[in-house]
Write a protein that binds this ligand. Structure first.
Ligand SMILES: Cc1ncc(COP(=O)(O)O)c(C=O)c1O
Length: 372
C-alpha cells in the first residue's frame, strides 16, 4: 500500500469541472490581475474569518512582509517571534532591517511559550508575531493581554491555520493583522502561490490594499513604497470554488487525527510516539499531524517509512536562529532548547482529508513494526 504525505490531485480532480468553468470565466473577462474574482474572494474570506476586511496578495510570505510594513517596522526595530517555524516568519522581519527577538516554544504545542515573552519586550519592540503552527492557534488570549499591556500590536502568522479557532474566534480575527498562505499544501490551497491578510481596522486595511500595489491608492500616485503583490484572477477563481469545501476538509483532517490517536493508543506506542495535543477551547485544523519521536530514532523511523511507501516530512529540521543567513544575529546551539529538540524529534505523518482508514492503520502498523 502507498500512503503519500499529501494527495492534492484527488481533491482537485473531484472539483475539476467547476474549476475549469471558473477559469473560463476569467478568460472571458480578462480579469487576470486581482479583478472581480479576487474582490469577491476577499469578501468571502473576510466572512469566513470573521473580520471586516480581507486583502489578497501574492503569497503568505508577502502577507507577513506587508503586515509588518503596515506597522512601519524598519531598521533596528525589534519583532518578537518563534525560532521554530517556516523561514518566512523571520525573513519578513529581517527583510525590513528589523531584528527578530526569539522566544522558545512550548514543547507540548510547538507554539510560542507565552511565559517568556514579557522579559523580551523593550522600547524597540514594534510587534509580536506568533505562529499558529500546524493549524493550532498560539495562546492568543494571553498574547492579547501582553499586547494591550505594552501597547505592541500582534501579527498572526496564520499561514497554516485558516479556520482554526480559539474560544470560538477564528485565526485572523485574534490580532491586528492575520496573515495566510494559499500554498498548495495548505488546507485551502491554490494552484500556485497566493496569500491574504485580515484586519478589522479600516485604516490598516486601506494601507494594506495600497501596499500590495506599490503603495498607491490611485494609479501612479504613491503614498508609500509598497510591493507588487497581487493575487491572480485565476487563483481567485480557483479558490472561490474550493472555499465552500474548506470546513468539511478540515473536519475530515480532525477525524483522521482522532483516528490516529485511537490507533496509537491501541498499539501502546505512547513511550515511543507523542501524538499532538489540542489545547482546550480551540479548533485545530491539522494542516499537519506532527508526532514527537523522542528516542533518537526519528531519522531511522522516517527512513523505514519511506522504504514502505509512506510519505513523511520534517517541519523543520533547523531552528531558525541557527540558519546560516542569520549567523550575524550571534545565536548559538542551546539558546532555544525546545525549538532545537523539536527540530530533532518531530515527524509529520499523512493527514490529508482523502486519507483512508486502512492507510492510517498501515502507517501505525508500520511504526509499531519499526519499534517492535
Ligand atoms: C508558518 C508559515 N509562515 C509563512 C509561510 C509562507 O507562505 P507562502 O509559502 O505562501 O509564501 C508558510 C507557508 O509555506 C508557513 O507555513
Amino acid at each position: 500500500m502507498k500512503v503519500p504525505l499529501l494527495d492534492i490531485k484527488q481533491q482537485n480532480d473531484a472539483l475539476r469541472p467547476q474549476i475549469e468553468a471558473a477559469l473560463g470565466k476569467v478568460l472571458d473577462t480578462n480579469g487576470f490581475i486581482l479583478g472581480e474574482e479576487v474582490a469577491a474572494l476577499e469578501k468571502e474570506l473576510a466572512a469566513y474569518c470573521g473580520t471586516k476586511y480581507a486583502i489578497a496578495c501574492a503569497s503568505g510570505t508577502d502577507a507577513l512582509l506587508l503586515a509588518l510594513m503596515a506597522f512601519d517596522v524598519g531598521f533596528d526595530d525589534e519583532v518578537i517571534t518563534t525560532p521554530y517555524s517556516f523561514f518566512a516568519t523571520v525573513s519578513s522581519i529581517t527583510r525590513l532591517g528589523a531584528v527578530p527577538i526569539f522566544v522558545d516554544v512550548d514543547p507540548r504545542t510547538y507554539n510560542l511559550n507565552v511565559e517568556q515573552i514579557e522579559e523580551k519586550i523593550t522600547d524597540k519592540t514594534k510587534a509580536i508575531q506568533p505562529v499558529h503552527l500546524y493549524g493550532q492557534c498560539a495562546e492568543m488570549e494571553k498574547l492579547r493581554e501582553i499586547s494591550r499591556k505594552y501597547n505592541v500590536p500582534l501579527v498572526e502568522d496564520a499561514a497554516q491555520a485558516i479556520g482554526a479557532e480559539e474560544n470560538g474566534k477564528r485565526a485572523g480575527a485574534l490580532s491586528e493583522i492575520g496573515c495566510f498562505s494559499f500554498y498548495p499544501s495548505k488546507n485551502l490551497g491554490g494552484m500556485g502561490d497566493g496569500g491574504f491578510m485580515t484586519t478589522d481596522d479600516e485604516k490598516l486595511a486601506e494601507k494594506l490594499f495600497a501596499l500590495r500595489v506599490h503603495g498607491s491608492k490611485e494609479r501612479y500616485y504613491h503614498k508609500w513604497v509598497g510591493l507588487n503583490s497581487r493575487l491572480d484572477g485565476f487563483q481567485g477563481a480557483i479558490l472561490r470554488v474550493k472555499l465552500p469545501h474548506l470546513d468539511a476538509w478540515s473536519d475530515k483532517r480532525k477525524q483522521n487525527a482522532d483516528y490516529y490517536r485511537t490507533l496509537f493508543a491501541a498499539a501502546k506506542l505512547n513511550e515511543q510516539i507523542a501524538v499532538p495535543i489540542e489545547r482546550e477551547n480551540v479548533r485545530h485544523i491539522y494542516n499537519q499531524f506532527v508526532v514527537r519521536v523522542s528516542s533518537g530514532q526519528r531519522d531511522n523511523l522516517r527512513q523505514f517509512l519511506t522504504e514502505n511507501d509512506i510519505g513523511t516530512d520534517v517541519y523543520y529540521p533547523v531552528s531558525l536562529h541557527l540558519q546560516e543567513c542569520f549567523k550575524y544575529l550571534n545565536y548559538r546551539d542551546g539558546d532555544f532548547p525546545e525549538s532545537e529538540r523539536a527540530s530533532r524529534e518531530t515527524l509529520a505523518l499523512p493527514i490529508y482529508p482523502e486519507l483512508q482508514k486502512e492507510q492510517q492503520e498501515f502507517v501505525v502498523a508500520k511504526i509499531a513494526e519499526f519499534f517492535g
